[in-house]
Design a protein around this ligand. Structure first.
Ligand SMILES: [Zn+2]
Length: 265
């Protein structure tokens, strides 16, 4: 057993017993960990107020190897993204981000890159206009997929590796990328996408996050992008099927302008 200190992003918290909290953290140095914060709901608890979703904290915990639950000793607030809890659209996207990480990251595989990706994404959702939330979330998902070793290919055909031409490109969820007209027979599940949507997807993945608010994709392009990302996640990540975040995306696909009736949590 050792005492560890690390920066951590609060992904999720649930009540436990009379006064404790079960808190899932994505930490900079230990990956995803589940912790128990005993007494965190007592009025005099210092850690309790720091253990809200989306907060970045400095966490100290007792770590036992091969144990599912670790004991959280202390959590001090480092960053509060205040607007994420004040605006429903921002909160919905931030919840979708933390849910994806909470559900799809298994075990304690530390990744500084993933920690920074989550932190930058929450920061962008907090500071960029709410309308940019959708593109920020697309970018997060594309990069998140890449962090699992599934970088989606939008520039070269996944069949023949030639640079994609602009005639009838298809997207193959199974192969994780676009297929040219010659190679389309390689996957019966591939579907037609417009060259414009392919270009946008490639741009979103590569763009600095603070430039995403400049993108003004058409409704059709947005629907195509959502279909590409959803189909990819559903094909490769079995657990994705039950994700509220993906149901939320589906909702956005059906009605791009309205705020969802209930944000995923
Ligand atoms: Zn090809």
């Amino acid at each position: 057993m050792s005492v560890c200190a690390t920066d951590a992003i609060v992904l999720n918290r649930t009540l436990m017993g009379d006064s404790s909290l079960l808190v899932t953290l994505y930490t900079r140095d230990f990956g995803k960990i589940k912790t128990v914060a005993r007494g965190a709901r007592k009025a005099n608890s210092k850690s309790g107020p720091a253990l809200q979703p989306f907060m970045i904290v400095s966490a100290t915990f007792r770590r036992k190897e091969h144990q599912e639950l670790q004991t959280l000793n202390q959590a001090d607030v480092l960053t509060v993204f205040r607007r994420l809890s004040e605006d429903l659209t921002r909160m919905a996207y931030a919840s979708a981000v933390t849910e994806l990480v909470n559900r799809l990251v298994i075990g304690e595989e530390p990744s500084h890159d993933l920690f920074e990706l989550i932190r930058h994404t929450l920061h962008a959702l907090n500071t960029q206009p709410p309308e940019a939330g959708e593109a920020i979330f697309w970018r997060f998902q594309l990069r998140f997929a890449a962090s699992f070793g599934y970088a989606i290919q939008f520039v070269r055909c996944t069949g023949c590796a030639r640079e994609l031409e602009e005639t009838n490109p298809h997207f193959s969820p199974a192969l994780g990328g676009v297929l040219c007209e010659r190679c389309v027979t390689q996957d019966a599940g591939a579907f037609l996408v417009t060259p414009g949507a392919v270009k946008l997807l490639n741009g979103v993945a590569a763009m600095p996050v603070d430039l995403l608010s400049r993108l003004k994709p058409s409704r059709t392009a947005r629907q195509e992008i959502v279909r590409v990302i959803r189909s990819f996640f559903l094909y490769h990540l079995e657990d994705a099927r039950e994700l509220k975040a993906l149901k939320f995306l589906q909702y956005m696909e059906e009605d791009q302008t309205a705020v969802p009736p209930t944000a995923p949590s």
